[in-house]
Structure formats: structure tokens, C-alpha cells
Design a protein around this ligand. Structure first.
Ligand code: SF4
Ligand code: SF4
Length: 322
């Protein structure tokens, strides 16, 4: 059964009207130039806010929610007091000499972040039009042409803001850019089907074949994801399947083999990519006022990654390990 749109809207705290308006504006939390890990060649990666999954190890927690948020790094505060003066909601207070951020009072208007020169307060999520994003993208057109690169939509998951993603990809194709998407594909098929003509490459995650384990770790069943993977395999669109290797969740040979078995007949599979868990996102959880549930996990060793990669290769598919 495809994911219900009302649940998707609720999960991201937005309305249908918000989604349709996103054909004009999207909420972007980062634009990374000269990226070399998000598809072929030198690329610009556009990170869009909003995700339908809640993976407990998420390495980009600032991309989970659709709405803009403030990240707060108290260690950087120089006590200038600018934020106290600029916040209309009195979300910043000083108590016993310490700067307290009352997140529940914050509506992410961004005023304090503009006056905080120490980088203590950072607004994540900026509304941008397609043309504004394109202005950034086109700065590096010459590098895309010489390297075989282009533009990648990432997040979060670009399918949450699918209207905006479609409009942006369409603009990219109009000027002849190579386009790619990084997605969990946890959405009604018609959303992907609409994006496909605008895409040269799809990079999708498969995190586990067991639906219950998948639900426990990500908050959703994998049924829609696996259905969409099968449907994608019947298109001619180049497809990369990515597996984040998470200790204790999917880091056994049999779990990786099950994924490899599932994708091995996909005629459009470029390769299976195994991505080792890392903890680089940990500080961002604290800055967002979120709990980090993966702090006790160890980063997989090179030997472990090699072992999993070899197990998948034995099933006759091309594997890329990182
Ligand atoms: S983003 Fe706006 S509401 Fe939130 S703390 Fe800063 S000034 Fe106040
Ligand atoms: S504006 Fe920034 S540096 Fe100044 S008191 Fe507020 S958080 Fe601290």
C-alpha cells in the first residue's frame, strides 16, 4: 500500500497547499558546490528539507523536518546580547549567567541568526525560488561540462518537496545539465514517475529487506520502498542502490546478501554501494535540541566493509564500497 499523503503531510507538519506552492519555492538547507560523492563528475548538490523516514542514525538531522529551524551552538556564544534584543518572541534568556534558548517559543523567523556574528545561532532552511537555486547551480556549469558532472537533489528526501524538485530538475534539463536524485523512494509511485523524465540517474537507499526491522529503525515499513525499487528496475534509468551499513541493524553478511539478492536481476543497476556509518552528524542533534540514539555505535572497520562487499559481489553484482 503506498504511503498516505495525509500522513506524509502530518509527519512534515505541512498542508497540501504548502506542497503545491512548492512548485514556486522550496526550502533548501544547503547547497554544496564541487561535490564528488553524489554522482558522476563534479556536481552541485542541493539539500532539500523534509524526510518521510526517521532513521535513528540519520547523519543529516537538519534535513528531517520540512520547516526551517534554528541550530544553537552555546559554546560559540560571546554574550553580545544581540539575540535577546532582536527576538520578538523572547526565545533567548540569560539565567545564572548562561544563555538559554527556549526552542518552543521560536518560529524560525531568522532575526536573531542575522545578528549573531559568532555563529552560535544558525538558521537551517531557506525558502528559495527555482531561479535562485539555478543562479547558484550555473556558477559551475563549466566544471560540470569538463568533468561529466551536474546537479544532484538530496536532503532530507527531495520527494517530500516533489513539486519544487520537479520544477528545478526541469530547469536543469532545459540548460542541458546531468541530473541525479538521492532518495529513500518512500512515496507513491506517481511522484517518482513524474520526476523520472527529468532525471539521468537515480540513487536510492535500501536499508533492510526485513520489514519489521526496517520499521523499528526508520519508523516506516519497507514495502513501498521495495515496490518502488522493483518498478524503477523496469525503467531504463540508471540506478544506484545504496546501503548505509549500521552496526547491529544491517551489518551482517546475510543482511547485505539479502539486499544484493533483491537487486541482482535489476538490468539498470549501475552498482550497489555500501556506505559505512559515521558519527559526524552527532553535534547537529544537540544543536537542534534532538536526542542522538546512535552515540554508542562503532564505525565499521575497513575489514568489515570489505567482508560485506565481498559477500554481495559473490552474488554476481558490481559493488562499490567507501
Ligand atoms: S529565529 Fe526568530 S523567533 Fe526564533 S529565536 Fe531567533 S528571532 Fe526568535
Ligand atoms: S547574538 Fe549570538 S553571540 Fe550574541 S549573545 Fe546571542 S547567541 Fe550569543
Amino acid at each position: 500500500m503506498p504511503i498516505r499523503e495525509d500522513l506524509l503531510l502530518k509527519r512534515n507538519n505541512c498542508t497540501r497547499k504548502t506542497l503545491t506552492q512548492q512548485t514556486l519555492k522550496g526550502t533548501v538547507f544547503d547547497i554544496q558546490r564541487f561535490s564528488v560523492h553524489d554522482g558522476p563528475g563534479i556536481r552541485t548538490t542541493i539539500f532539500l528539507k523534509g524526510c518521510t523516514l526517521r532513521c535513528f542514525w540519520c547523519q543529516n538531522p537538519e534535513g528531517i523536518h520540512l520547516k526551517p529551524e534554528v541550530m544553537f551552538y552555546p559554546d560559540r556564544c560571546i554574550s553580545c546580547g544581540n539575540c535577546l534584543l532582536s527576538c520578538p518572541n523572547k526565545a533567548h534568556v540569560v539565567k545564572d549567567g548562561a544563555h538559554i534558548f527556549l526552542r518552543e517559543k521560536c518560529n524560525a523567523c531568522g532575526k536573531c541568526t542575522q545578528t549573531c556574528y559568532a555563529g552560535t545561532l544558525v538558521l537551517v532552511g531557506r525558502e528559495m525560488t527555482v531561479d535562485e537555486v539555478m543562479n547558484e547551480v550555473l556558477r559551475d556549469k563549466v566544471f560540470y561540462e569538463t568533468s561529466g558532472g551536474g546537479v544532484t537533489l538530496s536532503g532530507g528526501d527531495p520527494i517530500v518537496q516533489h513539486g519544487f524538485s520537479w520544477a528545478l530538475l526541469k530547469k536543469c534539463k532545459k540548460v542541458g545539465l546531468h541530473t541525479a536524485i538521492e532518495t529513500a523512494a518512500n512515496c507513491p509511485w506517481n511522484i517518482l514517475a513524474r520526476l523520472l523524465p527529468m532525471l539521468d540517474l537515480v540513487m536510492m537507499d535500501i536499508k533492510h529487506i526485513d520489514s519489521e526491522k526496517h520499521r523499528n529503525a526508520t519508523g516506516v515499513s519497507n514495502k513501498v520502498i521495495l515496490d518502488n525499487a522493483k518498478r524503477l528496475s523496469k525503467t531504463r534509468k540508471p540506478l544506484i542502490i545504496r546501503v548505509p551499513i549500521i552496526p547491529g541493524f544491517n551489518d551482517t553478511k546475510s543482511e547485505v546478501e539479502a539486499i544484493a539478492e533483491f537487486v541482482k536481476e535489476f538490468s539498470n543497476l549501475e552498482y550497489l554501494e555500501l556506505l559505512p556509518f559515521h558519527r559526524l552528524g552527532e553535534g547537529k542533534y544537540k544543536a537542534l535540541g534532538l536526542e542522538y540514539s546512535a552515540s554508542n555505535l562503532a564505525v565499521p572497520t575497513k575489514e568489515k566493509m570489505r567482508e560485506l562487499s565481498e559477500a554481495a559481489k559473490k552474488l554476481g553484482i558490481k559493488v562499490r564500497e567507501n
